[in-house]
Design a protein around this ligand. Structure first.
Ligand code: NIG
Ligand code: FE
Length: 431
């Protein structure tokens, strides 16, 4: 049979199989479904065959062939938690934190998220798109083919809609797939200081309905998230926002236990959220509850690293409890301006005790389930979207073992080569 593209002779082809049609849960995390001398056949942007190269070549001929001799092939990364759309930067706050100020101190003093909100409100839609696009380009170059993107630096109805429009534009215009999340409850804006309840009214009564009106422009999954945190939105306010969002048809996500545990993780599970994210300070009883639930646990190791903090999400305990664990960058200008999923893997292995295989499943298959796309992306299976990477290393462990350089040589999105670096035109078999 004739196909569009065959990627062949991968030293290690990591298929990353689903377990019972779902993510890989608990201690079973880390099943790479590894095929030596593997190949993938692609037609119409979809995977039509996966297997040992001789078997795939016996059944398929391709218009175009890519050799991956001596290299690893993986699914494209799915980054399930980012705040990618913003204007400006916070380099000066980074310097203040190095000098001893805490993230929450800076936020209480009117900096932090509010500093980015001021810059983002001042930016036009075109400027926002222009500032965000290079970040998305770098993500793609580092292998991210699907990325969840939150609003949350507008905090007025009009500005939140502007961020959403930027997400829509970039999704249409960029090879990466963007999954939108409304995060109007990211911070209490300065003009509502001391009137959090009134701001929650605005989110519930004006913003959420206005966002729902734009729903038709976004055919895929669409989420609502809240920053449930001491000094930001408490548990009751979080519940109010999520309940309204759920009634309006949004999938749910939650920033839970990033700095202080407020009961957000148990709330996320009780409401059937698709994911609960951060989880650095989740109490043991809530880890158990999360482990037994269908809610994906999203850990964000770039955030404690970015803040030079010592505590990371308790991944081993989460796995022991049976959780479906995913990793994300949390890419944002305050705590973690990181565009690389392999860097998140490198941190997760060192500070959360994941094996390289577990980290790879957490950034692909499980991350796809964290954005509601587990049946479309995140693994190399027949009928899934042909989103895959050729990694310039002979063993998948190099993705986490090495850091600070980009090992991703070729990025294929929906069957098309969309980014390329370093790969010789005709790699040859090892002698
Ligand atoms: O996930 N916690 C809230 N939001 C981001 C930080 C956003 C910012 O500082 O601009 C986070 O860490
Ligand atoms: Fe976040």
């Amino acid at each position: 049979m004739q196909v569009d593209l065959i990627v062949q002779h991968a030293a290690q082809l990591c298929t990353v199989p689903r377990h019972e049609n779902g993510p890989q849960r608990g201690e079973r995390l880390g099943d790479l479904g590894l095929i030596e001398d593997g190949a993938v056949a692609i037609a119409d942007g979809r995977i039509v065959a996966v297997g040992p190269t001789p078997e795939v070549l016996a059944d398929y001929q391709a218009r175009e062939v890519l050799d991956a001799w001596g290299r690893v092939v993986t699914p494209g990364f799915v980054d399930p938690h980012t705040h990618l759309v913003w204007a400006g930067d916070r380099a000066h706050e980074f310097e203040l934190r190095i000098g001893g100020a805490t993230y929450m101190d800076i936020m209480a003093a009117g900096g932090g998220i509010m500093a980015t909100v001021r810059a983002t409100r001042a930016a036009s839609l075109d400027q926002l798109v222009a500032e965000t696009r290079p970040r998305l380009d770098r993500m793609l170059a580092h292998g991210t083919t699907t990325v969840e993107v939150k609003t949350g630096y507008g905090l007025t109805t009009a500005d939140e809609l502007k961020l959403l429009e930027a997400i829509r534009w970039l999704d249409a215009d960029h090879p990466a797939t963007l999954v939108p999340t409304f995060l109007g409850a990211h911070a209490v804006p300065a003009e509502y200081r001391g009137r959090t309840e009134e701001y929650v009214d605005l989110v519930v009564e004006e913003m959420l309905p206005a966002v729902v009106e734009r729903r038709a422009a976004f055919p895929g999954p669409f989420f609502c998230d809240v920053f449930c945190e001491e000094g930001v939105f408490d548990l009751a306010q979080t519940r109010r926002i999520l309940e309204r969002a759920q009634a309006l048809g949004f999938g749910l996500k939650l920033h839970a236990d990033e700095f202080k545990p407020l009961g957000g993780t148990a709330l996320a599970v009780a409401m059937g959220a698709v994911s609960a994210d951060h989880l650095v300070h989740t109490p043991p009883a809530e880890i158990e509850v999360l482990g037994r639930s269908a809610t994906v646990a999203v850990a964000l190791p770039c955030t404690p690293f970015g803040l030079a903090e010592r505590e990371y999400a308790p991944a081993r305990a989460l796995l022991k409890a049976g959780a479906a664990l995913a990793l994300a960058t949390d890419c944002n200008p305050g705590t973690a301006w990181c565009e690389s999923m392999p860097f998140a893997m490198a941190l997760a292995c060192r500070y959360m005790g994941l094996t390289p295989a577990q980290a790879l499943v957490a950034t692909t298959l499980n991350a796809a389930f964290a954005v509601g796309l587990g049946d479309r992306v995140g693994s190399l299976e027949v009928d899934k979207n042909a989103d895959l990477l050729i990694i310039g290393a002979p063993d998948y462990r190099h993705l986490a073992y090495r850091f600070g350089t980009n090992l991703v040589e070729v990025v294929i999105k929906a069957g098309k080569v969309v980014a390329r670096q370093g790969l010789p035109a005709h790699p040859t078999p090892p002698h």
